[in-house]
Write a protein that binds this ligand. Structure first.
Ligand code: ADP
Ligand code: MG
Length: 292
C-alpha cells in the first residue's frame, strides 16, 4: 500500500500537545454550573488511546458556501449558502427548528452527501479532490458519525456493533473487544453488551451509536441529535464523552434541541430555513434557540 493521504494527517502521538481549551478558567462562562457529572466514573484509564490534535493550525473540517437542494415536485432548498468551521478544541452545538437543515449539513460535512455549490475542506483540502480510498480512510480513522436514526446493525449485539469500526480498521479481535467494552461501560451499557440492538430501548441504542462513533477516537465527531432519546443523566454521559473529543484537541459538531448541550458546547450555530441565523456563545444563544 502506497503512502496514504491520511499519513499527511497522521495523528500526533505527543499527548502534551493536546489543546485543552477549557483549562483557562478565566474563559469559563460565569453561569456555567459545576460539571453535573462529577459523580460519574472518570474516563477509564484503559480507554482507547486518544487521538491527538493535528499539528497544523486551522480548521479540521469546514464547509464554505454550502448549497443543497432536494429536487422533486416541491423542490426544497435545504441549505442555502451555509459556512461553518470546526477547529481543534471546538464543541459546536448545531441548533434550530426541525427542517432547518441540520441533518443535511452534517451529511455534507461527513462527505456522505455532496453539495451542489460550495465546498467541504478536510484540513484545508477540498473533500471532492480526495479519491474514494482517501475519503474512506478519513471516515474510518478520523471521523465519528452519530446518525439521527442510529444506523446500527440489528442482527449484531451492542458489543459487535461497537467493535465493527475497529475491526474494519484492522484492530485485533481482543483489543477491539476491550475497547468496545470500555466504551459501552462508560455509557452505562455494561449489562446490555450482548443484547442485539433490536432488543434495546431507543435510548440504549442511541448510546451504542455514540460508543460506535467514539471508539475509534476520531479527530472529529458529527453527531445528529445524539441525546434525543435519553434521560438527563445519560445525556450528561454522552455530552461529557463528546466533550472529551474537543478537550483532546479534536472537534465536535452536535445537532441537538436539548439545552443540556449548552453546558458543554463552546459555541452555538443556529440554523433556520437552511441558513445560519445566528452564531455565538451558549450564553448568547440560550434565549433565541428555536425548538420543534
Ligand atoms: P433538520 O435536520 O434540521 O430537521 P433536514 O436537514 O433533515 O433538517 O431537512 C432540511 C429540509 O430538507 C427540510 O425541509 C426537509 O423536509 C428537506 N429534506 C430533507 N431530506 C430530504 C429528502 N431526502 N428529500 C426531500 N427533502 C428533504
Ligand atoms: Mg435532523
Amino acid at each position: 500500500m502506497g503512502k496514504r493521504f491520511t499519513d499527511r494527517f497522521r495523528k500526533q502521538e505527543d499527548h502534551s500537545e493536546w489543546r485543552r481549551p477549557d483549562d483557562g478558567a478565566a474563559d469559563a462562562p460565569p453561569e456555567r454550573p459545576e460539571p453535573r457529572h462529577s459523580a460519574l466514573p472518570q474516563e477509564p484509564t484503559d480507554a482507547p488511546a486518544p487521538v491527538a490534535a493535528p499539528v497544523r493550525s486551522g480548521p479540521i473540517l469546514s464547509g464554505d458556501g454550502l448549497v443543497r437542494t432536494y429536487p422533486g415536485r416541491a423542490g426544497v432548498t435545504a441549505l442555502n449558502d451555509v459556512s461553518i468551521s470546526l477547529k481543534p478544541g471546538d464543541f459546536v452545538a448545531l441548533m434550530g427548528p426541525s427542517g432547518s437543515g441540520k441533518t443535511t449539513l452534517l451529511g455534507l460535512l461527513s462527505g456522505l452527501d455532496r453539495p451542489e455549490k460550495g465546498r467541504v475542506h478536510w484540513h484545508g483540502v477540498p473533500l471532492d479532490e480526495l479519491g474514494p480510498e482517501e475519503h474512506r480512510d478519513i471516515r474510518r480513522s478520523s471521523m465519528g458519525v452519530v446518525f439521527q436514526s442510529f444506523g446500527l446493525l440489528p442482527t449484531l449485539s451492542a458489543l459487535e456493533n461497537v467493535e465493527l469500526p475497529l475491526r474494519v480498521a484492522g484492530v485485533a479481535v481482543q483489543e477491539a473487544a476491550d475497547l468496545a467494552t470500555t466504551w459501552l461501560q462508560r455509557l452505562g451499557l455494561g449489562e446490555r453488551m450482548e443484547n442485539r440492538t433490536f432488543e434495546l430501548s431507543a435510548g440504549q441504542q442511541q448510546r451504542v451509536a455514540v460508543a460506535r462513533a467514539l471508539v475509534t477516537n476520531p479527530e472529529i465527531v458529527l453527531a445528529d441529535e445524539p441525546i434525543a432519546e435519553v434521560d438527563s443523566e445519560n445525556a450528561d454521559l454522552i455530552l461529557d464523552a463528546l466533550a472529551d473529543v474537543s478537550r483532546r484537541g479534536g472537534a465536535v459538531l452536535a445537532a441537538t434541541h436539548n439545552p443540556a448541550a449548552l453546558f458543554y458546547a463552546g459555541s452555538v450555530v443556529v440554523l433556520r430555513d437552511g441558513a445560519v441565523e445566528a452564531t455565538g456563545t451558549p450564553e448568547e444563544m440560550a434565549n433565541r434557540i428555536g425548538t420543534d
